[in-house]
Ligand binder design. Sequence first.
Ligand SMILES: Nc1ncnc2c1ncn2[C@@H]1O[C@H](COP(=O)(O)OP(=O)(O)O)[C@@H](O)[C@H]1O
Ligand SMILES: [Mg+2]
Length: 317
Amino acid sequence: MSRFVFFGGKGGVGKTSCAAAYALLCARNHHKTLLVSTDPAHSLADLFHVNIGSEIRNIEENLYGLEINPAEESSKYINRVKNNLVQVVSPVILEEIEKQLDAASVSPGSEEAALFDKMVEIINDYSKDFSQIVFDTAPTGHTLRLMTLPELLGAWLDRLMEKRQHALKLSGMAMRKGHEQKEIMDKDPVLNLLKTRKENLEKARNILLDEKRLRFVFVLNPERLPVEETAKAIEVLGRYGIPVNDLIINRILPENVQVSFWKKRKEIEIFYLNEIAERFKKQRLIKIPLMEVEIDEKTLDQMANWLKPLMEADENL
Ligand SMILES: Nc1ncnc2c1ncn2[C@@H]1O[C@H](COP(=O)(O)OP(=O)(O)O)[C@@H](O)[C@H]1O
Ligand SMILES: [Mg+2]
């Protein structure tokens, strides 16, 4: 049974670096790990210098990568829906629906739904194969919506199912006996499709909301905006029963800066570090220093070292 670790936070705070470093750490400690990037910026490939795409790829021993491209997933998703429709509606209606679907496929909401569907698929299909599944998620607001979407989608699917049942009844089915009615409903491809989606959704949601299996780690920098955004995210996730136990404060300046410019920056940083300690008493705070160079394969290792407490907490569960 795998654990799911989501790395959230504002763009640029260090999510991809932290997620990759954490995945590397887990892999080197003999946990079979899958690192999933849902960030359209696609920087996993840059970090590991291997092409990672929509198929799971081995990066090194025990470490696997997967990049989800929302636009690509969205068109695949729309095609799946179209194929399903071919079986149930007349060609004339199909043409009309296809037009609508094509219009929908370029809307941002559809990419989000497709991305979410893909995440649901990963959670359901791979949880047996990996001991850690690490998600390098897109910026905060987007991720939050993804996490909270099941409730909306669940209600929406319920409504669609009711509508379909109603339509079936109107199509003369009411004239039939009870057991015949049930048979038609059981065989209806549209109802079955909706039912399967709802079941998958619920399965994934149950996996995610199992406290011992889901961890949500927020990455922030000691600055005003990331602090505010983290507070908001913790509050919203809390409302949906998703706990945030760990915060990574990334890019902390060295202690003994000499130049007055950096002294000033350090003062500001200390102010926010205090504020973070004050506001996030329930969370464990992990600090990562600002490295001299950009994060690459070598510095990733260093970064992984700082994240050890995160993995150990996981192993103790
Ligand atoms: N602790 C750090 N020290 C130095 N550079 C860092 C550190 N953390 C991240 N970076 C750099 O900051 C940039 C943004 O990091 P990234 O992990 O891509 O953030 P995000 O995924 O949140 O947008 C990258 O160029 C990365 O190399
Ligand atoms: Mg990123």
